[in-house]
Design a protein around this ligand. Structure first.
Ligand SMILES: [Zn+2]
Length: 165
């Protein structure tokens, strides 16, 4: 179900909407080498009728499956939009950008484009597993991973030794 708001109800006052929208419905055309939108986006919105459109405010929440741009490690990045505030037009304005007009079907306007835009704006250009990720070792990667493999069991054994004591 897409994120629809009843325009007749809006004439009577502010509407509160919450729920979630599947990623497949929100941004099916989204493609990025390092980020995948696969989790639903939770929304908690207030919608208010304005003379020329709908004022949408509230919060959005989701998480994104990422690969670190530096070390290529997969990680999950939480995305929050805490201060969404957008005036979405219901009709094209002269000289305005047609993309900003909400799709309207009968008495219902679809707010999906507003949520999509704010989520996409909240995504990082380069997702990083941590702000100080040092990335892959510039050289000797194979040797580095060998060292790590050796370190693994050793650490495990020393932990076991401590337990025995
Ligand atoms: Zn990283």
């Amino acid at each position: 179900m897409s994120l629809q708001v009843n325009l007749r109800l809006l004439e009577k006052g502010i509407l509160h909407l919450d729920g979630d929208i599947p990623a497949s419905e929100l941004a099916p055309e989204f493609h990025d080498e390092l980020m995948r939108l696969v989790h639903p986006v939770e929304y908690d919105l207030e919608v208010e009728r304005q003379p020329d459109g709908l004022l949408v405010t509230g919060t959005l929440r989701t998480h994104v499956d990422c690969e670190c741009a530096r070390c290529l490690k997969p990680f999950v990045l939480p995305i929050r939009v805490d201060d969404l505030s957008r005036l979405a037009l219901l009709e094209a304005v002269d000289g305005g950008d047609a993309d900003e007009v909400l799709p309207v079907d009968g008495d219902f306007a679809d707010l999906t484009p507003v949520v999509r835009e704010d989520i996409l704006l909240a995504l990082p250009t380069n997702p990083l597993c941590s702000p100080n990720c040092r990335g892959l070792a510039p050289k000797g990667v194979a040797r580095g991973s060998q060292v790590r493999e050796q370190a693994g069991p050793n650490t495990a054994w020393s932990a076991l030794d401590k337990l025995k004591l």
